[in-house]
Design a protein around this ligand. Sequence first.
Ligand SMILES: Nc1ncnc2c1ncn2[C@@H]1O[C@H](COP(=O)(O)OP(=O)(O)O)[C@@H](O)[C@H]1O
Ligand SMILES: [Mg+2]
Length: 279
Amino acid sequence: MTSTSTYNTQAPAPPRVLPPRSFLHMSARIISIANQKGGVGKTATTTNLGASLSEMGHRVLVVDMDPQGNLSSSLHSSNGTRSTVADALLDRKLPLPIVPVYERDNSGFDLVPTSVALASAEAALANKLGREFRLRDQLNTVADRYEFILIDTPPSLGLLTINSLVAAQLVLIPTEARYFSLQGLQMLQESIDEILYINPNLRILGIVLSKFDRRLREEQTVAAYLRENWGDLVFETSVGTNSKILEAASAGVPLVELSGAQRAVETYRSLAREVLTRV
Ligand SMILES: Nc1ncnc2c1ncn2[C@@H]1O[C@H](COP(=O)(O)OP(=O)(O)O)[C@@H](O)[C@H]1O
Ligand SMILES: [Mg+2]
């Protein structure tokens, strides 16, 4: 009786194809814009920092992870995609939906839109395997196409924010200069410490005073306190209160597209330059 061995004792042949592009090129810097407090300027920062980086020639993707969809409406795109980030989080076989922000093609400024369905997707995710890694895995498939991916997060520390922090290398924290904001920063720091268990590379990129009213004594005091305690982590650029920022969001365009918004545009350019020196 002859027996043929089922074991292959030969060394495996070397791969004949080159690794995919994503292994050859630097992939995107992924920055989560987070603060569990609402109305502090997360969406305005994502929109206008994204637009400034894009204006400087970088390929930028902004991702709307807030079911309220403020980022999607702040960057109203006429490209009528039906699918949203919610679909891609629930089913890994679906591609991440990406639409251009500007009508003109190849501007290199793209958006992953959301809808209110993301709220029910968050509840559904809670019972799924790999629930914290869903966004990271989806972004990995497109990261080699961009230099920056900015993720706008909801005002909570739930699963959508956790997904955003797990997917990112850096967190940018917009805040108001109010006493209650300091408490919020403490909570966010604790959440980031927890995230380090599954994303040990996560770092704070910086804190930006995003709706700073320098005429108010409380704001001056809190700003000084922040700079004293968080040191260089606080960006030198602070975004003053400016009605053009509100106006642009309502009009569904980045500030750079709005006339008469030069001062606010310059502020975000200055923030973008600081971000570039830090990454
Ligand atoms: N520097 C600013 N000056 C004036 N209004 C601002 C400024 N930054 C944001 N806003 C407005 O304040 C509101 C809350 O800002 P937003 O970016 O949506 O906060 P968040 O995403 O943290 O909830 C929005 O209507 C926005 O247009
Ligand atoms: Mg928002």
